[in-house]
Design a protein around this ligand. Structure first.
Ligand code: ZN
Length: 302
């Protein structure tokens, strides 16, 4: 994990999951997200200490374990004023909700409750209902509503630098995933369009690198979402009688040369595929129905 400076007061730890850092004053500083686990947070604290950079605040962009898993350790070490957007805060406080929703509400068995799907509970001091300005002592920063990858994900803008959370991915990561995790395709695309219009001088994604000119990366993300949407539609269009969502997941992953390695991973792809389907259903291009006691998705075109 490398500690990189962006502006005089804005930094980030670049790793498989990025962690932002903002120095507000000699006595106040904020982390943006907390990494996957204790180990990552230990490195963060060691680096900040060696550079005499304060940490008093923590902002969690969204409740995915790779972004908040290190928070519990941080909160055990010291007092840290923790903020999170409304719906995400509910999951941070009750992290079993993630395996619970991925597995359709069934009480998850132990192997589904791994550290990638469920971190330790996080105490949240302030629940942010809406995006806007947040004050920290004499300083302030902006939050921006970027739903789609997660229900109520917020980005952070400070000194014109956007911390975009997982609203977009670095190009390499995007192609590595094949089908990025989303919960709402329409919102995902709208959030990307929103980012394009933000007057920022640089952006850091949750996974990837800081870029001054991030617009081509945003364009690349939009392109990938369009391609996946089109792929799913064309796969369904070929099947006159429709197919099950699971079959569609399998076909889409095979088409994208993705090898699904375990059950939780299948469920993540299932959620992402369904998130594109709900967009197509809302547009009247696809329908979901029950036929012969089977859940079937089919193209609406007759
Ligand atoms: Zn995420």
């Amino acid at each position: 994990m490398e500690f990189r400076s962006i502006t005089e007061n804005v930094y980030y730890f670049q790793g498989s999951v990025n962690i932002g850092y903002v120095k507000f004053s000699d006595t106040e500083g904020m982390l943006i997200d907390a990494g996957l686990e204790e180990q990552a947070m230990k490195k963060v604290l060691k680096t900040l200490k060696s550079k005499e950079l304060p940490i008093t605040h923590l902002f969690i962009t969204h409740a995915h374990a790779d972004h908040y898993g290190g928070a519990e350790y941080l909160q055990r070490q010291q007092k840290v004023f923790t903020m999170a957007p409304k719906f995400e805060a509910a999951i941070l406080q009750e992290p079993m909700l993630e395996p619970l929703y991925l597995f359709h509400g069934v009480n998850p068995i132990q192997e589904w409750r791994n550290k990638f799907l469920e971190g330790k509970p996080v105490k949240v001091d302030v629940i942010l209902e809406e995006a806007g300005e947040v004050r920290v002592g004499e300083s302030r920063f902006q939050t921006v509503d970027l739903p789609g990858h997660s229900y109520h994900q917020f980005g952070v803008i400070v000194e014109d630098i956007l911390f975009a959370a997982d609203a977009y991915f670095g190009v390499d990561i995007l192609h590595k995933h094949g089908i990025p995790y989303i919960v709402d395709a329409k919102q995902t695309m709208e959030s990307l369009e929103k980012i394009k219009k933000l007057p920022c001088s640089g952006a850091v994604p949750g996974h990837g690198s800081y870029e001054k000119n991030y617009l081509p990366t945003i364009g690349g993300n939009l392109q990938v979402h369009d391609q996946i949407e089109n792929l799913l539609y064309s796969l369904l269009d070929k099947e006159e009688d429709g197919i099950s969502i699971e079959q569609l997941v399998t076909r889409a992953c095979t088409e994208k040369e993705i090898t699904i390695r375990n059950v939780p991973s299948f469920m993540l792809f299932r959620t992402a595929v369904t998130a594109y389907l709900t967009k197509l259903i809302q547009e009247g291009r696809v329908e979901i129905l029950v036929r012969n006691n089977q859940l079937v998705v089919a193209s609406s075109s007759e």
